[in-house]
Ligand binder design. Sequence first.
Ligand code: CAO
Length: 415
Amino acid sequence: MGKALDGVKILDFTHVQSGPTCTQLLAWFGADVIKVEKAGEGDATRGQLRDVPDADSLYFTMLNHNKRSITLDTKNPKGKEVLVTLIKQCDVMVENFAPGALDRMGFSWERIQEINPRIILASVKGFGPGPYVDCKVYENVAQCAGGSASTSGFADGPPMVTGAQIGDSGTGLHLALGIVTALYQREQTGRGQKVLAAMQDAVLNLCRVKLRDQQRLERTGVLKEYPQFPDIEFGDAVPRAGNSSGGGQPGSILKCKGWQKDPNAYIYFITQAAVWPAICKIIDEESWITDPHYATPAARLPHLKSIFARIEEWTKTKTKFEAMDILNEFDIPCGPILSMKEIAEDQSLRDTGTVVEVDHPTRGKYLTVGNPIKMSDSPTEVTRSPLLGEHTEEVMKQMGYGDVQIAELRASKVI
Ligand code: CAO
């Protein structure tokens, strides 16, 4: 059995994080991803946040598995000729340069279509058309402009960004879906198309529940599941909800045994309506099962703080894993707050290939996150990221270049 995207050739013109996460996914599904990097320099992340001198950084390696790398100066006329050949032979071109960079290089969408009408041009940009279309954007800018920062953090603190890279990796995921969808449509039409995923749009898509709450707030003036209720007055925009779930099933982060010393001795606890009687029994408050102040989800909303404080008295007597075991016996939804150390050491994540150990010629063994999407007939084997220009010669030969031409291009530093 081959891979799902066997035979799909990707011209990977991406750098930093958002674009590379997209093409890494496509490579994991079997596409031949040819990463085109600036001759002599390569993707800037190769040298950023280095932990091993002179070896590609984890930043780079963890975003560029299963790809091939070629170096090419695409501002040089001879380099542009090579790029034209690549465009002719590839199914998809993916890029996340600053707005206008591809046009300045001489490769507008019109020109790319002339070269290969079947190609799909997929781009990440910070913003879609509008006042900020020309802006350069990094992760946290997208989190701020997409509505995530204004709705994250605590009510009495400033807006907060999250560690989950929803702007970069989140947009990469969106773009990957756009690419496979365009490939599917090309089966019928025979033509490629332009696919755009703007980081602001992707973040907003992931924050859609907050736009839901904005409209609920405008209609009713209150969000009863939010920690502000009933003590603090709501303003005209969705406030920061701290660790409250803010959804239909109230939840909160509660201390567990050892919290005084361990910053991650906490559990997320959800008071799902269906298991309310079980919760009351576990925390020894059986009267709350029928007490009209507690018996229904609506009755509980004004008391959520004191309810969670009572549950926390119980969770503080258990480690997060003990609490997890007890609560799961009663189908009470909960989750331990896992540190990155605990995740790195978790055998079950290793067993499923979600955390993978990879060997690299210059940096040695390291851990990475494997493909989070598991397909029964297209399993992923994670292979190391390429060294800068490791496959230049191989790819040039596959494109039809001879030894003499390759030597000339090398001598003039085009590749
Ligand atoms: N040969 C020659 N030149 C090359 C080349 C190659 N192989 N590959 C790229 N270049 C050139 C480009 O043509 C461009 O040149 P000009 O500025 O003269 O047109 C330049 O290198 C790279 O451009 P850039 O502006 O994209 O790079 P930057 O480091 O200044 O900006 C970033 C980085 C991420 C802010 C910007 O690319 C961007 O906004 N991208 C879109 C949004 C995005 O993806 N952001 C997430 C990044 S991950 O955190």
